[in-house]
Design a protein. Structure first.
Length: 277
């Protein structure tokens, strides 16, 4: 069943767990999220990154919205990293009502202004808004933020930003990165604790692929209610393709099914982990 992301995060808050938000690029990706969530009987989020939406357009959005609507468990469809007005307008025109307004590349004042303006538009449509304060380093969908461009989230700024921007959830940077970690990951939990105490809304952690279980569990304990996963799903998809082709199997339906099953197992494991199972 297609649900508002607010409903999903309320469930997570009540149960002290986190919702897995999984980036998809095609039919197999959307199906893998739905099947994994249904098998576990738990809610999930389908995410469409702005880069993949620029290619898949309304067809990809319609596919994801239909998959969520037909699901037997609560599922929302979310725009990931809407960095400019065109991204956000496009997603809203496609019927997506859960939007990440990503002004993290802007200065603080510009970010607050940009995010607030779009928050009001999305809320007027009955939608949900995720904002970001701080900036993650790393690469996602061929878009790279270098380490020197990254910025940790300031707890005092976070409190003011949430109030000014009128967002429903806040994505934070506490040492997490997009893509693969080049060294053993380490999260600043004292900073995360201060942010949790400073803001009255759910927190979001991007760059969860590759994080050890204990870091994920502590993040959830400190108020993170949405966890984004992309890299591990992409790796599972590509490995399944390569394995099939290397075996000489070029039947497309076999390749599609292998990719779906491979992604589904990764997603199912994440959903279980985020629910504390």
């Amino acid at each position: 069943m297609l649900k508002n992301t607010t409903d999903l995060l309320n469930l997570a808050e009540e149960g002290c767990f986190a919702i897995g938000a999984f980036n998809v690029y095609n039919m197999e990706g959307a199906m893998s999220v739905i099947e994994a969530a249904e098998e576990e009987g738990l809610p999930a989020m389908i995410q469409i990154h702005r880069a993949s939406m620029s290619i898949g357009g309304k067809i990809l959005a319609d596919l994801c919205l239909t998959a969520a609507t037909e699901s037997t468990v609560p599922v929302s469809v979310h725009l990931d990293h809407g960095e400019d007005s065109d991204d956000i307008e496009r997603a809203l025109s496609y019927g997506i009502r859960s939007i990440m307004i990503d002004g993290s590349k802007l200065g603080y004042e510009e970010n607050a202004y940009f995010t607030k303006a779009w928050s009001r538009t999305v809320h007027n449509l009955g939608g949900f808004v995720e904002g970001e304060l701080g900036r993650l380093s790393g690469t996602e969908d061929n878009l790279t933020t270098y380490h020197y461009e990254s910025k940790l989230t300031d707890p005092d700024e976070a409190a003011e930003f949430v109030c000014r921007s009128e967002i429903d959830a806040l994505a934070v940077c506490v040492g997490n990165v997009h893509g693969e970690y080049s060294r053993p990951p380490s999260l600043d939990f004292e900073r995360l604790r201060e942010i949790q105490q400073a803001v009255p809304i759910p927190l979001v952690l991007h760059g969860v692929s590759g994080l050890p279980d204990n870091l994920v569990a502590e993040s959830i304990d400190l108020g993170v209610r949405k966890l984004n996963v992309n890299t591990e799903i992409r790796q599972a998809y590509i490995k399944a393709l390569r394995d099939k082709i290397s075996m000489g199997d070029i039947e497309l339906t076999d390749i599609m099914n292998a990719a779906l099953l491979s992604m589904r197992e990764v997603i199912r494991a994440k959903i279980r982990q985020f629910a504390g199972r």
